[in-house]
Design a protein around this ligand. Structure first.
Ligand code: FMN
Length: 197
């Protein structure tokens, strides 16, 4: 990959990779690490599936369970990060932004409607993610359609709106690092700065 030293082209490159990350389950960008701030201030990360990317806002969407620790963490502090690495292209993409958690609105309804049965099952798990178990397999997954549908109450769509995108491309002899910053609510970055890699 030979990206030109042009911030607009690099923004396009980032968006193209994020699009592929949503559509292609084999893409290295399909499963980023989501970072949140723990309730005690500890940085916390976990792998999630990238479900949607909207370049117009811009905004990324992931899905999670209301009972998981990350939901309480985002309620206390909406600052979030997403980390991607495209090994084949030697491109790292770091996103810092603000998350909103959606459970009962049209955003959550549409995300649930578009989910496959297999994806929906985990939201009916009892007890919820993170609960202490008496034995390794002492949890249940729903089996009937009714029980799977009841998992909707635990389903959350999380939107992350970037305030900064950082692109790092490792290329022998010509590493490049670009930081793009957004004003809250802005569609396009307000600044583009080259940084030492
Ligand atoms: C490949 C992979 C994909 C995952 N996708 C998701 C996901 O989309 N949403 C989610 O909440 N957890 C997902 N998980 C589980 C999380 O990594 C994490 O263990 C779980 O959400 C509990 O995190 P928390 O206690 O920090 O909230 C995934 C794990 C793996 C290994």
């Amino acid at each position: 990959m030979h990206a030109p030293d042009d911030p607009a082209a690099i923004l396009e490159d980032i968006y193209r990779r994020l699009d592929a990350g949503v559509r292609d389950r084999e893409s290295p960008l399909h499963t980023p690490s989501l970072g949140t701030i723990g309730l005690d201030g500890t940085p916390r990360q976990r792998i999630v599936v990238l479900r949607a990317f909207d370049a117009q806002e811009p905004c990324l969407r992931i899905h999670t369970d209301s009972r998981s620790a990350k939901v309480a963490e985002l309620a206390a502090d909406p600052r979030a990060s997403l980390l991607f690495y495209d090994h084949g292209a030697a491109v790292q993409i770091r996103i810092e932004g603000r998350a909103t958690v959606h459970g009962t609105d049209a955003i959550a309804d549409a995300a649930w409607e578009a989910s496959r049965r297999l994806s929906r099952i985990c939201y009916g798990q009892q007890p919820g993610p993170g609960a202490a178990l008496q034995a390794p397999g002492a949890f249940d997954l729903p089996e009937t359609d009714e029980a799977i549908a009841a998992g909707r109450a635990n389903f959350r769509a999380v939107l992350v709106r970037p305030l900064a995108l950082e692109w790092l491309h490792l290329r022998h002899g010509a590493h490049r690092r670009l930081r793009l910053a957004f004003e809250p609510g802005a569609r396009l970055p307000s600044t583009a700065r080259w940084l030492a890699p």
